[in-house]
Design a protein around this ligand. Structure first.
Ligand SMILES: Nc1ncnc2c1ncn2[C@@H]1O[C@H](COP(=O)(O)OP(=O)(O)O)[C@@H](O)[C@H]1O
Ligand SMILES: [Mg+2]
Length: 298
């Protein structure tokens, strides 16, 4: 199976290189954990590589999601929409079980032969649309089987109640059916608030077993750190673009060749945005490392 890069800086090394193609990844987290942000990064990475992206939204209107991803630093999102490689399916307010049984098959046929990344954000209302456990299982299983036929799938799941308890029914079924599970643990009630993530499973891969602190920053989106707790002093890095150029210059030619014009343009844009931010919990060079790693091995 071929690994594809996640688009989340620092995450691939936890997943033994990325997620396997045509698999299903479930991302679990409470409100504000960064699920939608992560999902958008996953699509963006595929689009940059020339693949298609389908964003099936069940909660927020596409317009709202677009606004959020632009605010997070993805300024070129409209270009992909205009050229038709990025498509939104607004499934909010629909009868999900009907939608899945009738419209989905049509949709999958239309996209047959494509190599897409598909996001379902969030999957939770699909489970709630039917009552019985076996119905939930059948419905989700059918949905995931169909969508993975046209590409690599990432679903988000809402975590309710005590953070870290993954034993509720609406979490267990999708976790069981997924190939990969990422848990975003967001302690919003703590001060300072704390975010860390763990790979719960990643089929046929030697994945990380640790909790890794992660952060969210305009320009980078979600990024994942090594499992260390040492806090960094706040720092600005106005020269970040120069640092990037220096790093690119040091790369061996094979690695440098991975940075095509589109990727390079996007990395530059991200780095320019990052240069204006305050680095409070990650060293700028560490973040540059993560960004370069994403593309060097992609
Ligand atoms: N410019 C920003 N810098 C840092 N964090 C941000 C920024 N914009 C949004 N966030 C964070 O991103 C989170 C929202 O992520 P989102 O993907 O919508 O979460 P979810 O889908 O899990 O509810 C919020 O917790 C917010 O703190
Ligand atoms: Mg969300």
């Amino acid at each position: 199976m071929r690994k594809i890069p996640s688009g989340v800086y620092g995450l691939n090394r936890l997943l033994d290189g990325g997620v396997n193609e045509n698999t299903v990844t479930v991302v679990i987290g409470s409100s504000g954990a960064g699920k939608t942000t992560l999902a958008a990064q996953f699509l963006r990475r595929g689009l940059e590589a020339g693949d298609d992206g389908v964003f099936i939204t069940l909660d927020e209107a596409p317009r709202q999601i677009l606004q959020e991803v632009r605010l997070m630093g993805w300024e070129t999102v409209d270009d992909f929409l205009d050229e038709g490689s990025l498509v939104f399916v607004d499934a909010g307010g629909k009868q999900f079980s009907q939608f899945i049984q009738k419209e989905l098959a049509e949709f999958v046929d239309e996209w047959a032969g494509h190599n897409a990344r598909i996001v379902i954000d969030p999957l939770t209302p699909v489970l709630w649309s039917v009552k019985e456990k076996y119905e939930q299982r059948e419905l989700v299983s059918f949905l995931l089987r169909q969508t993975r036929r046209i590409g690599t799938v990432l679903c988000t799941l809402e975590e309710h109640g005590v953070a870290g308890d993954l034993s509720t029914q609406d979490v267990i079924i999708p976790m069981y059916l997924a190939d990969n599970v990422v848990h975003l643990r967001y302690a919003s009630h703590e001060s300072p608030e704390r975010r860390d993530l763990k790979i719960i499973k990643c089929r046929s891969s030697k994945h990380s077993r640790s909790w890794h602190p992660y952060g969210i920053m305009k320009g980078a989106g979600l990024y994942v750190r090594r499992p260390i707790d040492a806090a960094q002093p706040a720092e600005h890095a106005a020269d970040l673009e120069a640092r990037l150029d220096a790093r690119l210059g040091e790369l061996p030619p094979e690695a440098r060749a991975k940075f095509g014009p589109v990727v390079l343009e996007n990395v530059r844009r991200a780095v320019r945005t990052l240069a204006e931010q305050e680095f409070s919990d990650i060293d700028p060079d560490e973040l540059l490392d993560l960004i370069l790693m994403e593309y060097e091995h992609g």
